[in-house]
Design a protein. Sequence first.
Length: 130
Amino acid sequence: STIYPMLKVLAEEEKVLSQVEYVGKKKKEVFSITDKGREEFNAWIKSPTGSEIPRNEFLLKIFFVTDSDEIARLFLERLEKIEKTFEAYKAIEKRLEGLGDSPRKAIRLKALRYGMAHLALEIQWLKEGI
């Protein structure tokens, strides 16, 4: 929900260009990065990683909920969501593995598998909690 408003801001800052294309009769807005945008992106890549404090609505809810049926519902709902995400990641992994060898392929697989490891741990934790 924040991507398109941010693209509009980046366009106003001349960091991306917006071009309207038509697919059949449907209007489609395509964005591309400008030199100014690429400079800022490269500066961001080279800057130190900031602190990351993840927000997790699920954990907040289970912290406060007292009804055992509601806790079970929350766990099952979260498990279903995380398992779907894990399956989507596996599909991406399969597509990446099918690409030719390149240094970017290796690092993308590494990043993807990092996320998959977190999801697998959460799936195990949720199943134990149910």
